[in-house]
Design a protein around this ligand. Structure first.
Ligand code: WTA
Length: 667
């Protein structure tokens, strides 16, 4: 099963002191040679501001190929339910693959695949067209029709992208589930989406060894009745695999033998392209729904302009897994719609050694790298000798995504990886936004370490206070999006009310992202992290409530409270406080053993990524008189700070009890 980034000792990552960060020498103008030939120029902002829907309609027309041109742009007559280009028809896979082949680019490499053991595969756009067509024919033969959902639980191998595109080709929304999620998490997602087929693999390579995947699918489907008729299995590792006759089919039996001719099914611009589950503030993950035309427009526009992609010459590499939105928009869709050549790497950055990423960049002459601050901080810790041993001079644009990047990591990324040459684009967005929303443009923006800076052309974002007023420069508040955008989520699968409640109710008619942010003196935006009960661990979203539910589902646990504590490497780390039942067997065990068992339990319920870094057994939890757990105080404890104002507690001695319990020697 997939592991997480190495979780290490904790240290509070200081919230950036704005004064220090805004000093003149910490500004980096765009490189003149890049600016001279950049895809995006500063006049885009004015053009987009003049008429946002018209700007996006123009992007949709120029970046995509439509089988039926649209005549309507944005329809915002029934907010917060938007449609974009609703009377147009297109096919996402045709846009990502076929049209490039038709344009004579069939021999261009679409994917350089590098397996963790060192095996490689090269897929040109013509190869991809054949593979996607075969997979589309095979899925159809397995009973998948337009509108049916397909669950995808695969390692980072070409078949992941091929499957997503094959689904898009027949108009069957995919629901990709990250391979690091447990059987239980997979099961609930299969149920919610009512998936007809699951596509998986025997396993994948991770940290130098094969890690099984199919057993989790078997376990998920054994939990109860589902709508799944078939499991399509890629042979990747050759591990022994249990087999359910009639249900399970091998990819090499049904896909490799299928016809490589297939006509893409044109769908309406608002036809669902995919569902992707993400953690919210409640226990149940939300199926974020994205549709076809608007999503592809913004994925393609941002990929082209934020990374300054030159499809003829660039080699692009996004290190995200397709199990996350970044892997959807910036591995599967954006790059391929733009005809890019990209690298896909299966494994971890430290296998066989800590220079693996840098050797991949050198080998394929990667020119655009898109990764997460957590990865950058890990590499920083491993030391400069690893990147220094490789030629990274091909890099010309660096991207960051998923969590706030601390200025130290930003500077290291720029100097050690980017040779003080390549501009950094710190891109803010979410599963819900579908594509990048706030980011510098590499040929336009003078960058500031640690700031995502400006809404992209065509995007209207603001920082507001509790009363919905835009805050003045130099102040903080809530990050909101004030106008609809093409790749916005169209809803939560099967739950329209929750969509309205979650995103559009805190500030009426305004999209609230859940993030806190500041505007500096220039009006540039600095992200300050989540203001709700969502944690961000290694750039992955986790819900405190979901982990608390997992903990209390263990028979030993009476009550649990979870907080995200600052962590030097992973941004935040999960810290859990639990009260054990008096009569529980665990109450007699040493605290370390209890913690180990409960961590394993969370891994089983959600996945290894959700395992608490630390579990503290406590006699009480701090609660207000109305019974609400005061997580703020627990965060103080978890971050080894002096505990803040506890006067609103029902019982103010609780914090002393907790502190005393923590100080006491372990049994
Ligand atoms: C956080 C990932 C600061 C933020 C694309 C957001 C960021 C959540 C940045 C969405 C950034 C993402 N700077 N914070 N550049 N990018 N975030 O849905 O808290 O997995 O709300 O999408 O990640 O996470 P998600």
């Amino acid at each position: 099963m997939y592991g997480e980034w190495p979780v290490t000792e904790q240290q509070h990552a200081p919230e950036p002191g704005l004064e220090n960060l805004l000093s003149e020498e910490r500004r980096f103008p765009p490189p003149p040679d890049l600016a001279a030939h950049a895809n995006a120029t500063s006049d885009l902002y004015a053009w987009a501001n003049a008429d946002r829907p018209a700007f996006w309609a123009e992007q949709a027309r120029t970046l995509l190929t439509w089988s039926t041109p649209f005549s309507t742009g944005l329809d915002w007559s029934n907010p917060p339910f938007a449609t974009w280009f609703a009377d147009g028809e297109l096919n996402a896979a045709y846009n990502a693959v076929d049209r490039h082949v038709e344009a004579g680019l069939g021999d261009r490499v679409a994917i350089h695949f590098e397996g963790e053991p060192g095996d490689t595969r090269t897929l040109t756009y013509a190869d991809l067209q054949r593979e996607v067509s075969r997979a589309a024919n095979a899925l159809t033969a397995l009973g998948v029709g337009t509108g049916d959902r397909v669950a995808v639980y695969l390692p980072m191998i070409p078949e992941a992208v091929i499957t997503m595109l094959a689904c898009a080709r027949i108009g069957a929304p995919h629901s990709v589930v990250f391979g690091g999620f447990s059987a239980e998490a997979l099961y609930s997602r299969i149920l919610d989406a009512e998936a007809k087929v699951v596509v998986t693999a025997d396993g994948g390579y991770r940290r130098g060894a094969p890690a099984a995947l199919k057993p989790a699918v078997d376990e998920a489907l054994a939990k109860g009745p589902t709508t799944v008729g078939h499991v399509l299995v890629v042979r990747r590792t050759g591990q022994d695999t249990a087999w359910t006759q009639g249900r399970d089919v091998w990819w090499h039996d049904v896909v490799d033998t299928a016809s490589d001719q297939h006509t893409p099914v044109p769908v309406n611009a608002e036809h669902p392209l995919f569902i992707l589950y993400t953690s919210g503030t409640t226990g149940k993950p939300k199926g974020i729904l994205h549709t076809t035309g608007g999503y592809l427009t913004q994925a393609a526009f941002t990929h082209l302009n934020v990374f300054d992609l030159k499809p003829e010459t660039d080699v692009y590499w996004c290190t995200a897994d397709v199990g996350w939105i970044t892997g959807h928009s910036y591995v599967a869709y954006g790059p391929l719609v733009n005809g890019a050549t990209q690298v896909i790497y299966e494994g971890t950055p430290d296998t066989p050694d800590r220079g693996r990423w840098w050797s991949i960049i050198e080998k394929y002459k990667v020119s655009i790298l898109y990764t997460a601050p957590t990865a950058i901080r890990s590499c920083m810790k491993w030391g400069e000798q690893w990147p220094a041993a490789h030629d990274l001079s091909s890099l010309r644009v660096l991207g960051s995504v998923g969590e706030p990047i601390n200025p130290e990591a930003w500077i290291w990324y720029r100097s050690t990886i980017g040779g003080d040459r390549a501009p950094i684009v710190d891109t803010w967005w979410q599963t819900e936004t579908g594509a990048i929303m706030i980011s510098p443009l590499p040929g336009v923006t003078t960058t500031k370490p640690g700031s995502a800076q400006v809404p992209l052309p065509g995007i209207a974002a603001d920082v507001i206070d509790d009363e919905t007023h835009s805050v003045p420069n130099g102040s903080g508040g809530y990050l909101v999006i004030t106008e609809p955008w093409p790749s916005m989520l169209r809803g939560i699968w099967g739950d329209p009310d929750r969509y309205v409640d979650t995103y559009w109710s805190r500030f009426k008619g305004i999209y609230f992202a859940g993030d806190g942010a500041k505007k500096d003196e220039d009006g540039d935006i600095w992200l300050l992290g989540r203001v709700d009960d969502v944690m961000n661990v290694s750039g992955h979203r986790l819900s405190t409530t979901e982990i608390e539910s997992a903990l209390v589902s263990h028979e030993w646990v009476a009550e649990a409270a979870v907080v995200g504590a600052s962590d030097e490497t992973t941004g935040q780390a999960v810290v859990a406080f639990v009260i054990l039942r008096g009569d529980a067997a665990g109450a007699a065990l040493p605290a370390d053993e209890v913690a180990a068992q409960l961590r394993a339990h969370v891994a089983k319920a959600i996945g290894p990524i959700a395992k608490p870094r630390q579990i503290l057994v406590v006699p009480e939890l701090p609660k207000t008189r109305s019974g609400k757990i005061m997580r703020r105080l627990l965060r103080d404890v978890a971050e080894h700070r002096v505990v803040g104002d506890a006067t609103t507690l029902a019982d103010s001695s609780v914090m002393d009890l907790i502190a005393a319990g923590l100080a006491a020697p372990k049994a």
